[in-house]
Design a protein around this ligand. Structure first.
Ligand code: 48N
Length: 323
């Protein structure tokens, strides 16, 4: 399937009041009241300091035009990644590097992306990754201390913030945070084994704060994103976790969940990386969400499998996209 031509033009069609739509380029322009200053030139100049002029509506339009232009652009995406934890972000990083032609939307329920990767374990800050996940850290440019069979990043937030900044810098990737995937878009795809089989064709979304209040408000219908491929990395079962695999069970697309098993680092990490795959037509599952479907062990406070499951998920995705 050849990916559709990417269209990332920035001009926004807006009405000029008498029904005509004009195109307004959002390119950044130099400050109106003179040259941009360097920080050094600003030191000890606070007496005369003042910001360039602004009107509140300019701020509102700067945010809303871009957000709604993004919603329009990504309403048809090539790939949707559900969950911006360490696995989902690692997947996006690899795809962003390899395929600037693909439109990739990341849907993250939390206001803060990053999932469980802001701390190493029990609120300790250092993050452990077993080799060969150090190859991912080298590619990303995250420094670490080498302890032989494993490496240690001095603060998990250094890994996650670096990964997040690289992902957000790709022009073909858009993060919609504070947004929950509430359901999956499906299309009939009967097989000889299952006449009711479907293929996944996108996601159904809503603001997370709306999703949390469906039981105390009237019907607040969702939005949608069409995509021929969804990669779900929503973590193990928790407040938000394991969303897509639980939905596959309730849609009777898989029989039941294996359920995450006890902690066994050496078993868990290999199983998650090697098991990352397309679970049903159009849906790849990686990271700890996979432990719920496969009944894999948990690995506890070591994150190499999250990064490399992301690498594998990206590889599986490109096999499908390029079919
Ligand atoms: O960090 P998580 O939970 O998931 P992973 O698989 O990226 O990383 C797992 C890792 O943090 C561990 O659990 C470590 C290795 N410990 C293992 C162990 O044994 O305890 O990120 C999942 C992300 C979160 O940010 C959620 O907010 C988000 O997915 N999410 C969703 N986003 C949108 N829509 C949803 N329905 C949804 N559900 C979860």
């Amino acid at each position: 399937m050849s990916p559709p031509a990417a269209s990332f033009e920035s001009p926004i069609a807006i009405s000029n009041g008498n029904g005509l739509s004009v195109k307004k380029d959002l390119a950044v322009k130099p400050a109106v009241n003179g040259q941009a200053k360097t920080l050094a030139q600003m030191e000890n100049q606070w007496e005369s300091f003042t910001f360039a002029p602004i009107r509140e509506s300019q701020v509102s339009r700067a945010m809303t035009r871009r957000y709604f232009a993004d919603l329009d652009t990504y309403a048809e995406s090539d790939i949707v990644i559900v969950g911006a934890g360490s696995c989902g972000l690692s997947t996006a990083y690899i795809l962003g590097k390899k395929r600037p032609d693909l439109k990739i939307a990341i849907i993250e329920a939390g206001v803060a992306p990053g999932g469980g990767a802001w701390l190493g374990g029990q609120l300790f800050s250092a993050m452990v990754m077993r080799k060969p996940a150090d190859t991912f850290l080298n590619d990303l440019g995250v420094p670490f201390e080498d302890e032989g069979d494993f490496v240690v990043v001095k603060h998990a937030a250094l890994f996650t913030s670096t990964l997040l900044s690289r992902v957000l810098s790709f022009p073909n990737i858009k993060l919609f945070n504070a947004t929950t995937v509430e359901d999956l878009i499906t299309r009939p795809a009967p097989t000889a084994a299952d006449p009711h089989a479907v293929r996944i064709a996108g996601v159904v979304t809503n603001w997370t704060l709306v999703s949390m209040h469906h039981d105390d408000q009237s019907c607040m219908d969702p939005n949608t994103i069409n995509a021929p491929l969804v990669i779900s990395t929503t973590g193990h079962d928790g407040p938000f976790g394991a969303f897509s695999v639980k939905r596959l069970v309730s849609m009777q697309q898989i029989e039941k969940l294996g359920g995450m098993r006890g902690l066994d680092m050496r078993t868990a990490e290999d199983a998650i990386v090697k098991g990352t795959r397309e679970i049903v037509n159009g849906l790849i599952v990686g990271g700890m969400e996979l432990s719920e479907v496969d009944g894999a062990n948990r690995m506890g406070p070591t994150f190499g499998a999250m990064a490399l499951s992301g690498v594998k998920a990206a590889e599986e995705a490109l096999k499908i996209v390029d079919e």
